[in-house]
Write a new protein. Structure first.
Length: 446
RNA sequence: UCCUCGGUAGCUCAGCUGGUAGAGCAAGCGGCUGUUAACCGCUGGGUCGUAGGUUCGAGUCCUACCCGGGGAGCCA
């Protein structure tokens, strides 16, 4: 067993010490291990060198004393430049002076490749420069922490829906026409015709919900809007659950449980990463059910009280959203919107025909709209009237109309923007930090 | 598309009412046995975004354009 494990991990000498990861050093105290990684930073004096090794799971300081390793190995240690790939053998020691609690007393240093002058130095850089080097920036502590949290958020979301009987049914990325008609679409050649990159999988999820009951899709979506703000990407990931036999209240209850479950999971498993990000934990810990639910009209009244007058029927701007969110210490649902402000498929409010049963969820701290959704109309007659009122091409929606012809039921769902959600959890300044390789109006590289 | 701020060394920036280019970090060399963005000394490093213009003289003033940050609209 031991031998096969050693062979599986490969490069360590057949008879050498076991290979360890920085995050597992606690299991190897007072034992010799092999660590494989990259030199994150180093400090040295004439007789002692401190090599900060990064291996993807964490960083650990490796103490190399000339008196212990001899002239030759000490010279090798001092030769390694920032981000050189190295193998270090040494004894794991518990040490309260070390940030992670452990450090390595080095017995051997092997350089795999000496890195050229690394562009990202330990000192400060501008975002533009860092984004030009995003492929390298991923190695730094901050992006590393954010993207590890992103990974956990994705797993948390998938587990949340799987636990509740949702089937994952992904929507296509090439689409024949606009899902919502309004936003700008990326157009691409599709053999002898045109196709568009999806801006939402929702209509397909409605079809899937009538087949599977409870479904969700999760994938990239594309918006060709010329938006240059900290909340916008041209390519972002959206998770869209849809439930048959459900209404607006069901959608809000689901969204609320989802947010709390995922934040709890991040708080349980990523304290160190949140610390790296200097995130104010109290702001996340107070995210508990229930979230306040206010109507569009009530939101208007709050804005009015704050001296911001908005004409009835208008959508809110970014600053309005921040002002509204500041009224609450947790996310807030705003529901029952003027028909004109929302998409054509929204179900009208039976108690006020000017309104539709749509909902937005605003995150605290100015992170804005994270969720948009609502109850979809089940009526073919009403749907047709709205397709016409919004000036949409009826022929593109024939299949969608079918959903109202063959066993139409009340159904509801929402979409959550992954990067805005992750950005909020991590407290990032801009959503582009919440995706590995951001695509914005001005960035298609690297 | 509009508003606004910016573009000077590899990076982050300073450069006053126009007078001939500067710091820290990084790189190279040397020193230091407990450093935490280590520290100390020395060295090299510039088409001041581009093109015009004003001037004896432009990084600095004017015009146009290019690129980027932030915001508006639109959205998750």
């Amino acid at each position: 067993m031991k031998r096969s494990a050693k062979e599986r991990i490969g490069l360590s000498g057949k008879d050498g010490p076991p290979k360890a990861l920085v995050e597992n050093l606690g299991e190897f105290v007072d034992r010799e291990v092999l660590l494989e990684g990259w030199l994150y930073n180093s400090r040295s004096s004439g007789k002692i060198a401190f090599l900060l090794l990064r291996d993807g799971s964490g960083t650990v300081q490796c103490v190399t004393a000339k008196a212990d390793v001899g002239e030759e190995i000490f010279a090798v240690a001092r030769q390694a430049t920032q981000e050189s790939s190295i193998r270090i053998t040494g004894m794991v020691k518990k040490d309260d002076r070390a940030p992670g609690g452990y450090e390595i007393m080095v017995s051997n240093v092997e350089i795999v490749q000496i890195a050229e002058e690394y562009p990202i130095t330990p000192k400060s850089h501008g975002t533009s420069f860092l984004m030009d080097h995003r492929h390298l920036w991923l190695r730094s502590a901050r992006p590393h922490a954010i993207l590890r949290i992103r990974s956990t958020v994705i797993h948390g979301l998938r587990d949340f829906f799987a636990d509740r009987g949702f089937t994952n049914i992904d929507a296509p990325i090439f689409t024949p026409a606009a899902c919502e008609g309004t936003s700008t679409l990326f157009e691409t050649d599709y053999f002898d015709s045109k196709a568009y990159l999806t801006q939402s999988g929702q209509l397909y999820m409605e079809a899937a919900a009538l087949a599977f009951g409870r479904v969700y899709s999760f994938g990239p979506t594309f918006r060709a809007e010329k938006s240059k703000t900290r909340r916008h990407l041209t390519e972002f990931w959206m998770l869209e659950p849809e439930m048959a036999w459900a209404d607006l209240d069901d959608a809000m209850a689901l969204a609320e449980s989802m947010i709390v479950a995922v934040i709890d999971r991040v708080l349980d498993t990523h304290m160190q990463d949140l610390e790296t990000l200097e995130r104010d934990l109290s702001k996340l810990e107070r995210i508990q059910k229930p979230f306040p639910r206010i109507t569009y009209d009530e939101a208007l009244a709050i804005l009015e009280k704050k001296g911001k007058t908005i004409e009835w029927g208008e959508d809110f701007g970014g600053e309005d959203e921040t002002v509204l969110a500041e009224e609450f210490d947790r996310p807030v649902f705003i529901h029952r919107w003027p028909k004109e402000a929302k998409a054509f498929y929204m179900d009208p409010d039976p108690e006020d025909k000017r309104l539709v049963l749509g909902v937005d969820m605003l995150a605290p701290e100015g992170y804005g709209e994270i969720i948009g959704g609502g109850q979809r109309t089940a009526s073919l007659e009403y749907l047709d009237s709205q397709i016409e009122a919004h000036g949409l091409p009826a022929e593109a929606f024939e299949w969608y109309r079918d959903l109202r012809k063959y066993g139409s039921v009340p159904h509801a769902g929402f979409g959550i923007g992954l990067e805005r959600f992750v950005g909020w959890i991590c407290g990032t300044h801009h959503v582009r930090e919440a995706i590995p390789f951001p695509r914005t109006m001005n960035r298609l590289y690297p």
